[in-house]
Design a binder for this molecule. Structure first.
Ligand code: G6P
Length: 362
């Protein structure tokens, strides 16, 4: 077969391990190390048009939506353009206001998700400008958009998205760098981000080397019936995607919450029976996150931390990059956690029950 899980037990694991190469391909030929920006050939957006963008709205479903949330934060942080992500399905059902100075971005691995396609069609009907961040070349969504960026992640077979999610986040970092350098991102910051992006493949490799330890943690945590995933700001979409992945393949109930919202509800659930996965990068919110860890531990909840240092007995440490790019690396261990939890529980990892790789019907 031209493409099979050879050498790997499952496509999901194969695709997790393909990420350094996938990220390499997403970056290839796109970084400009002279002017500290990114070139994205298919945008169809000249600098004058790009400067006029006042808002960015990102649409997608499932992991594409969570990757879009990472993307929205990158665009807002680096280009200082207000940006947010919304499930494509919600967007198309709510009769949205379509604005001329908003850049709409549709995200889809398959390029065939019906809800996302319908959102793009609705936008086009109302005169909106839509870019696609798509993996499948020539797919329905790619054809419908005014321009876009391909992921070049290669085929993704496992239902649970891993490499396409990561490549999407990387492409958004490139788009944020590109828009940022047209708006107000300084050459020095542009250079910092471009160099950070170049460091990603080797850093992902470093994380993948910790697979045995992560698998051990996954086996322990798979014994719980439910888990909480928390993160603040940059850690929040990471927590959401981590919970999504765990639910999809291991069927362990998982709920993601912004760390700051814990005290407004879910803290009532924390007990020795409900462990938490806390996404805690070494950024300007570290102190706030440490106090959240304290709140969970005070209720005897077990905490698995994912961050840049050992914050307790159960900790996964990832390499440091630029703070804006942290979410990309922090997501990787959570993919391995979900994968190994599913394997430990004996589930059909590549084809979880009730789910389809691409939902092409309403
Ligand atoms: C399905 C899959 C998800 C995926 C979502 C969006 O629900 O089960 O894993 O994230 O579709 O797919 P897309 O191809 O549009 O990225």
């Amino acid at each position: 077969a031209a493409y099979d899980a050879e050498g790997y037990t499952h496509f999901m694991r194969k695709e997790i391990h393909e990420q350094p190469a996938a990220v390499e391909r997403a970056l290839r030929g796109r970084l400009d190390l002279r002017f500290h920006t990114a070139h994205l050939g298919g945008l169809n957006l000249d600098p004058r048009e790009a400067r006029e963008i006042r808002r960015v709205k990102i649409l997608g479903c499932g992991s594409a939506y969570y990757a879009g949330q990472v993307g929205a934060q990158l665009i807002e942080e680096l280009a200082r353009i207000p940006a947010d992500a919304e499930p494509a399905s919600e967007f198309r059902y709510r009769n949205p206001v379509v604005e001329a100075d908003t850049l709409y971005v549709a995200v889809s691995q398959s390029g065939e998700t019906y809800d996302t396609l319908a959102a793009v069609q609705e936008l086009k009907r109302k005169g909106g400008r839509v870019l696609g961040v798509v993996n499948a070349v020539g797919s329905a969504i790619a054809r419908e958009c005014d321009g876009g960026v391909y992921l070049h992640a290669g085929p993704e077979i496992a239902v649970a998205s891993t490499k396409a999610y990561t490549s999407t986040a990387v492409v958004f970092a490139l788009l944020a760098l590109h828009l940022g350098r047209i708006h107000d991102l300084s050459p020095a910051d542009g250079r910092r981000i471009a160099e950070g992006l170049r460091a990603l493949p080797a850093q992902i490799e470093e994380i993948l080397k910790q697979e045995d330890r992560i698998a051990e943690l996954a086996r322990e945590f798979a014994a719980y019936r439910s888990m909480l995933f928390v993160g603040r700001v940059r850690g929040w979409p990471v927590a959401r995607e981590g919970a999504q992945k765990l639910k999809e393949v291991s069927y362990v109930h998982a709920e993601a919450y912004p760390a700051s919202e814990l005290k407004h509800g879910p803290l009532a659930l924390v007990s020795p029976e409900l462990p938490a996965v806390a996404v805690v990068p070494d950024d300007e919110l570290l102190d706030k996150n440490l106090s959240t860890l304290g709140e969970i531990r005070a209720r005897r909840g077990r905490v698995l931390t994912v961050g840049h240092r050992e914050l307790g007995e159960d900790a996964i440490v990832v390499p440091k990059n630029e703070p804006e790019l942290d979410p990309i690396l922090l997501s990787i261990p959570l993919q391995l956690l979900a994968y190994h939890a599913a394997v430990a529980l004996g589930h059909d990892v590549d084809k979880p029950r009730n789910l389809a790789k691409s939902v092409t019907v309403e």
